[in-house]
Design a protein around this ligand. Structure first.
Ligand SMILES: [Zn+2]
Length: 264
């Protein structure tokens, strides 16, 4: 699916839902209601997006059968990600409540199922990233879950999550503390594929990268420092919670953004 088609697809879903948030590059964010962990929404409530197959895209990864493969799972206005390597799957973020079916469809679309999911990593505590954690952890019965230590107490889970931060590694992925958007926000670096998953530490916009959204970010100064920290990592592809990926030269774009943010 081309970006234009995906935008049209999202626009169709829009109607005031999360999906419309990624259309404009001035407003790219967690949505207010879903983003607030204190806001509850009915998990049984079906949304228009459930009538459509999840939109998955595979960015180019460095070749070789041993290389990990990333799959983006677009869930309305927020994205989750699947990393597949050697028959095992890592899920990064779980969308809003009720998104487990779309995540399952994406797993099946790449020839896998819940039993192959060994790890579930949450970039931060916001409701549009942890919304389907309960059903996902129940379906992926052998998976271990992880979240940044400061966010972990605010994330309800059917079984204990492991706190992670700088220096930790999960299935060959480096965990990078990226506080500011939330105190326990983390980014995930795949050093083999050259991929960084930023969560909401940054946002995709108009093919490029912009900073954390001030409407939903607890500490913008800290968030900007985290962007400067992430700019120093080795990656070429950048995935976001909100907005389209940057598929080449991403570290340089983040470095330019960091310079711009610290200048102000
Ligand atoms: Zn967020």
């Amino acid at each position: 699916m081309t970006p234009m088609t995906r935008r049209a697809f999202l626009k169709d879903l829009g109607h005031g839902t999360l999906a419309v948030a990624v259309l404009g590059f001035t407003v790219v964010s967690c949505a207010s209601a879903a983003d607030d962990p204190t806001t509850t929404s009915s998990t049984g409530d079906s949304t228009p997006s459930t009538t459509d197959a999840p939109d998955t895209t595979s960015p180019p990864t460095t070749g070789g059968s041993e290389s990990p493969t990333w799959e983006r799972v677009v869930l309305g206005g927020v994205s989750a990600y699947l990393l597949v390597r050697a028959g095992e799957v890592v899920i990064v973020d779980t969308g809003n409540p009720g998104d487990e079916g779309d995540i399952e469809a994406s797993l099946q679309g790449i020839g896998h199922g819940w039993d192959d999911v060994s790890h579930v990593i949450l970039t931060h505590l916001h409701g549009d990233h942890i919304g389907s954690l309960g059903p996902v952890m129940e379906a992926a019965a052998s998976a271990q879950g992880y979240a940044g230590a400061p966010d972990l107490p605010s994330i309800p889970s059917p079984r204990a999550l492991e706190p992670v931060g700088d220096g930790d590694s999960v299935f060959g992925l480096d965990i990078i503390a990226a506080p500011g958007h939330t105190p326990g926000s983390i980014a995930i670096l795949d050093p083999i594929g050259g991929v960084l998953v930023a969560g909401d530490a940054m946002n995709g916009a108009d093919g490029g990268v912009i900073g954390a959204n001030p409407r939903f970010t607890q500490d913008m100064e800290e968030a900007n420092r985290s962007i400067a920290k992430l700019a120093g990592l080795g990656f070429d592809t950048l995935f976001f919670g909100h907005g389209d990926p940057v598929l080449g030269g991403a570290a340089a774009q983040v470095a330019a953004l960091a310079a711009e943010l610290t200048q102000g």
